[in-house]
Design a protein around this ligand. Structure first.
Ligand code: ZN
Length: 307
């Protein structure tokens, strides 16, 4: 089975789980320590890639995982994990207690956006996780990694109301989930990710401003990888979000579909002007789900007008 694992300082491993069978789409992280942990597990269909990657590192058992939020590309495989390792503990927002034991609602919410067929084929079915395997996080909770090292859970809404980021005090890496947006290989800019129903600019910017106060050496994104220019990327994400909001505000008279066509051609010309190669541009465009982005932005604007 194909593998792509990168080792960073202080025993932080970036594992590509080949989401949708493609490289560079979803990274999970393993923090090696006397009391190790996974950050993210990826969707169900990626679970075999995760397990074979861990085995190649000599890791036969995983006792814990920290989940950034309840979207299926991040948590889809967690039921498989708990089935394989019966005492596996899942650290997640308290809504996990409600949804993971009976994940039908999560499944249906995403199926409404992507269709059930697409979801089953690309991400795979999610299995339930028993309540006894779930640890509901508290803001600023310290997860003990052993030998005085800890991973701090920081509540960070804006992308989703059930979002946590995780700060490793030793490597000074912040595992961002989807709080920042998307960065694919050879980009040093961030493409926003603003889905309904929770995207809210003010809340997201507060989160990003708070995270910027941390001493950061690296950001670990879910989509995709570890980056060593954290403060630049946070500023860039905010700038891109402002630009997207301003552009979409002016498309008021268009349907979601028509607006997404406009956004795509605007972005393509922006990315071309930045000198990005066409393969990377297509990667950004294909993975953004622009209908969803437009709905997320319009939902935010509407709520602001009629709170
Ligand atoms: Zn995601």
């Amino acid at each position: 089975m194909k593998q792509d694992i990168k080792k960073y300082e202080h025993g932080v491993y970036q594992i590509d789980v080949f989401m949708e069978n493609k490289p560079g789409r979803m990274s999970c992280y393993y923090i090696e320590s006397s009391n190790p942990i996974m950050v993210e597990v990826g969707p169900s269909n990626s679970f075999p890639y995760l397990i074979s990657s861990l085995k190649s590192l000599g890791i036969e058992k995983i006792d814990r995982s920290a989940m950034t939020h309840l979207h299926l590309d991040h948590i889809g495989g967690i039921g498989h994990m708990v089935e394989m390792f019966k005492d596996h503990m899942v650290y997640i927002h308290e809504l996990g207690l409600k949804h993971l034991p009976n994940p039908d609602k999560l499944w249906k919410a995403v199926a409404d956006i992507y269709t059930e067929e697409w979801l089953a084929k690309n991400w795979g079915r999610i299995k339930p996780t028993p309540t006894s395997n779930i640890n509901a996080l508290k803001d600023r909770e310290l997860i003990d990694l052993g030998n005085g090292r800890s991973l701090e859970a920081i509540y960070g809404p804006g992308h989703a109301k059930h979002h946590y980021t995780f700060y490793d005090h030793e490597s000074k890496t912040l595992f961002m989930g989807d709080t920042l947006g998307l960065i694919y290989p050879h980009g040093d800019f961030v493409q926003p990710n603003l889905p309904p129903p929770d995207f809210n600019k003010e809340i997201l910017f507060n989160t990003l401003d708070d995270l910027k106060k941390l001493e950061l050496n690296y950001l670990g994104l879910a989509h995709f990888g570890i980056h060593d220019n954290p403060y630049h990327l946070i500023d860039n994400a905010k700038e891109s979000i402002e630009n997207w909001l301003n552009f979409v505000k002016n498309l008021d008279s268009l349907s979601t579909y028509e607006a997404s066509i406009e956004v795509i051609s605007w972005l393509k010309s922006n990315y071309n002007a930045l000198g990005i190669d066409s393969e990377t541009i297509n990667n950004y465009i294909d993975n953004a789900h622009f209908d969803m982005q437009i709905n997320g932005i319009r939902n935010y604007i509407e709520k602001k007008k009629n709170p």
